[in-house]
Write a protein that binds this ligand. Sequence first.
Ligand SMILES: [Zn+2]
Length: 174
Amino acid sequence: MEQVLLLNITYEPLKIIDWKKAITLLFLGKVEVLEEYSRELHSVSFTIKLPSVVRLLWMVKRPKTAVKFSRQNIYARDQYRCQYCWRQFSPEDLTYDHVIPKSQGGKTKWGNIVTCCIQCNRKKGGRIPAEARMKLIRKPSRPKWLPALRVTIGFKAVPQSWQDYLYWNVELIE
Ligand SMILES: [Zn+2]
């Protein structure tokens, strides 16, 4: 069944809701429809296209929580890009890399961990980037803010019509 991306009034993705909930919000005048699926909903009194992205017409404050240090969140911070070759991968083809290797005192912390593809990881081995003649494209840091959605939905499972909105969000990382 089609799911609907719910955006805050600021266009920040809030969560994924089912289409029935989206229609209810629409009829209560609480959301506007930004994107639609091609499928239509028919009832006795109306026919509408199924919404795929809706935006709240009032502000919802999200609780500020620290971003958990996890593999998924590291990938999300780095936009699923290897930080050495800048290519984008799906999570199963990624790993994370200690910029300064553990053996040289590198810590397992936001500032020393980057997303890395298997190939670059192998090439780098247990060395610092300079020793491996590799260049880190972006200095890692703790993300101040992270789109929760990016973390909970798989990279490939995102409907086409959502991508502009998720992308907008991802651009805010740093
Ligand atoms: Zn790479």
